[in-house]
Design a protein around this ligand. Structure first.
Ligand code: ADP
Ligand code: MN
Ligand code: MN
Ligand code: MN
Length: 384
């Protein structure tokens, strides 16, 4: 990790330049997911008009050999804008566009999971059910040296208990960043639904949703980008590792809440219970889709302890936080609402997660689920 002390500035110094007039020129930051499937990249283009939507922003290219996505001899990849947000850093008419990636032959790049997710979400039999998602993104702040932010340099904080939704300098670390990120999301137009401090000190959560269809992945990835970018200004690193600290410390997940119109309507509990049965049949497939390493990352987190289910077993229950699928208590009482899939890891790709849910519950078809070339092993069989 770079030595953070070699570079520092006062925000008032930067403010001077950021207030200079732009004379009709607009800065558009193009953002994309790199070859890790977890971290993100960005670069900026000057445009001489104000784009009204992502469709006004031209295709662009970048050097895929520097992001582990192409070989140097044939390195240019295409960035295609897919969603546009207001830029909470540069303000004014400046924009941030989330892009997906295409190869030299215009085929989707190997981990362009948005492409496949969008194909599924666009099917009339899927779109007509109005699938809503809400993802709870848990994450951990680290100092640039990789140590959890605010933890004692030697030894550990006291055991878990007082930190969840905590208040006070001995309970939570990094609230200023959380507040800044929340406002940045609201300004940008990201559908952030809330935040809370988590069970492990320096661990936090924000929720995005409800979002319909492909919007879930777009808004969650943009919320992640804004978080990394805000934390950068504070000299703090964001980790999406699903188990940043081994031992008696909670891991980090990305619970995915899900409903169709039928589940939200009167007596939707019937559809919710039907969906639970379908989930049970595809448990191993979901685990395969729920982290970037086909379940290996989640194996450190889904131990059956610390409010998790265990990796190999499917379970469900009303208000049960030790289950794979939880039906929130109020939905059990109202006999309608939504269900919570607690299995996705914090570093999951929300395009993969939402596609998997739709394949199991709505399409009942995984036959053309895309398995990228460097995946470890084939897609698992159905469970009995
Ligand atoms: P938890 O009690 O598990 O901590 P949170 O309040 O953190 O739950 O998150 C709940 C999430 O569920 C939010 O992202 C919210 O947008 C989402 N949500 C609420 N209603 C629905 C619904 N009908 N369908 C899908 N998601 C929903
Ligand atoms: Mn939550
Ligand atoms: Mn949580
Ligand atoms: Mn939850």
């Amino acid at each position: 990790m770079a030595d953070m002390t070699t570079y520092s500035f006062k925000s008032s110094q930067v403010s001077h330049y950021m207030a200079l007039p732009q004379d009709g020129k607009v800065q558009v930051m193009y953002v994309w997911i790199d070859g890790s499937g977890e971290t993100m990249r960005a670069k900026t283009k000057t445009m001489d008009f104000v784009p009204k939507s992502f469709e006004d922003c031209p295709e662009w290219t970048y050097d895929g050999s520097s992001t582990d996505q192409a070989e140097g001899s044939n390195s240019d990849l295409y960035l295609q804008p897919k969603a546009m947000f207001k830029d909470p850093f540069r303000l004014g008419d400046n924009k941030i566009v989330l892009c997906d990636i295409y190869k030299y032959n215009r085929k989707p790049e190997d981990k362009n999971f948005r492409y496949y997710c969008n194909q599924v979400m666009s099917k009339p039999e899927v779109a007509s059910t109005h699938p809503w998602f809400g993802i709870e993104q848990e994450y951990t702040f680290l100092s640039p040296d990789g140590h959890p932010f605010g933890w004692p340099k030697l030894g550990y904080p006291g055991p878990q208990g007082p930190y969840y939704c905590g208040v006070g300098a001995d309970k939570v670390h990094g609230r200023a960043i959380v507040e800044a990120h929340y406002r940045a999301c609201l300004y940008a137009g990201v559908k952030i639904a809330g935040t809370n401090a988590e069970v492990m000190p320096a661990q936090w959560e924000f929720q995005v949703g409800p979002c319909e269809g492909i919007e879930m992945g777009d808004h969650l990835w943009m919320a992640r980008f804004l978080l990394h970018r805000v934390a950068e200004d504070f000299g703090v690193v964001v980790s999406l590792d699903p188990k940043p600290m081994a031992g008696d410390w909670n891991g980090a997940g990305a619970h995915c809440n899900f409903s169709t119109q039928a589940m939200r309507d009167e007596n939707g509990i019937v559809d919710i219970k039907e969906a639970v049965k379908k989930f049970a049949k595809r448990h191993d497939k979901h685990i395969f889709a729920y982290d970037p390493n086909q379940g290996k990352d989640n194996a450190r987190r889904l131990t059956g302890l610390h409010e998790t289910s265990s990796l190999g077993d499917f379970s469900s229950g009303v208000a049960n936080r030790g289950a794979s699928i939880r039906i929130p208590r109020h939905c059990g009482e109202d006999r309608k609402g939504y269900m919570e899939d607690r299995r996705p890891a914090s570093n999951c790709d929300p395009y993969r997660v939402t596609e998997a849910i739709v394949r199991s519950v709505i399409l009942d078809d995984w036959s053309d689920f895309f398995v990228h070339a460097d995946a470890i092993g084939p897609l698992p069989e159905d469970n009995e």
